[in-house]
Design a protein around this ligand. Sequence first.
Ligand code: M6P
Ligand code: ZN
Length: 193
Amino acid sequence: VPGKPAMGSSGTPILIDWQAGTLAGNAVEQSSKTLGELPGLFRDESARQRLDPETLVYRVQLWQPVHAGTEGGLFWGTTIVEPGKVGAEYFMTHGHFHHIRNRGEYYATVQGEGALILMPEGGQARQEIMSLGTLHYIPGNTAHRVANTGKTQLVFLASWPSDAGYDYDLIRHSGFGASLIEVNGKPVLVPNP
Ligand code: M6P
Ligand code: ZN
């Protein structure tokens, strides 16, 4: 019996372009974040306000083969972070804890240069360097965010439990305790005041 391609809920195949990292298929959902939609996240808020609020920071392509909140399922996503800076701080994703705190996640880099910033609950932020092929395990109880430190798009794949959910509030209010800043041309994780 010949094999059938993977199907999304709408019955069309879901395909991944391994070169670009992008997903295709009717079931793939898309979302994006502009600078105007990321107030208070960057260290230099006035620098953010001077930039065009329509500037694209990142896009996410998402495949949710089961409903959000389903225990035991898995989601898959591709995130494309644009190159750029707010002041000296690199463009980055919002970052989050999982609503169910102990849920983990995988990130894998398919294009570009960047850093995965990890902050264990009640602990200190650290970074893992991202470049073509790097695979990152994000343990549970750990906030995660990705910054693009390069001059081209940074593309990474992600997979996480379908019941993980998001807690953005803690990050919005308290951040990661540190910012990824360009210092003498190099990315440095600098503690926040
Ligand atoms: C990855 C996954 C998604 C997440 C996205 C953007 O694709 O972790 O769950 O939504 O990155 O990150 P954030 O939600 O923090 O903006
Ligand atoms: Zn996550």
